[in-house]
Write a protein that binds this ligand. Sequence first.
Ligand code: MLT
Length: 241
Amino acid sequence: MPKINVAVLPDRMPPRSPDAPPGVAVVIDVLRATTMMAALLDAGAAGIRAVRSMNEARSMKAREPSVLLAGERGGLAPDGFDMGNSPAGIDPELVRGRTVVLTTTNGTRAVEMVPASMPCLMLSLTNLDAVAERVRTLGADTLIVCSGTDGGRSSEDELAAGLLVDRLRTWTMTDTAEDTADLATGSIGASGGIEAALRRSFHAERLVGLGFDADVRFCAQLSVTRTVPALNRRSGLIVPG
Ligand code: MLT
């Protein structure tokens, strides 16, 4: 059976030996980067370029003015950007057919930290079952990478990681993977549902305080899309996989 592991933060990814088979990485930033990626593709975006810095994003726009700039710092859209990082606020008229350059505090950083040899898929609660099916079909050792929040662990990413592991219980689980699955199912049971569990997280409270309650509600939806955003290593674009 393939093995499933969880890195609770991008810098806790286990070291890889150069001759190890690549396996598959699944990056999560439930609030809100990976949810945003699936939502942008569902709204018709041609692709997403995830970049770490605002300077990089702005120079891409200078080189290629047709791209849209999206993202956040401190939860809010940076000056001069076409949109923030709100999956509930996407304007399909604006994004249809366009390439979106996305830069966020934690999520796009996590994508960049995945070793270039690994195929990389994006998980959110909104596409959980579609990603579970894709991973099962690929049948390779899988590393789930939680983005975290400002360098610390985030319960909402671990919730989604645990639910993915829970769907792959027949696989060989590392101790971290097993603990993450048990904690996720326990927390959903104790909170009275997925949205309630998500709302208990620090980041959900912060987003609600900033006026993004609709995003938290959007990000809490379970398996409402079949879109699995995947990083195309040749083009550097995230596209439906
Ligand atoms: C991030 O990457 O840090 C997040 O997606 C932040 C957010 O949108 O609130």
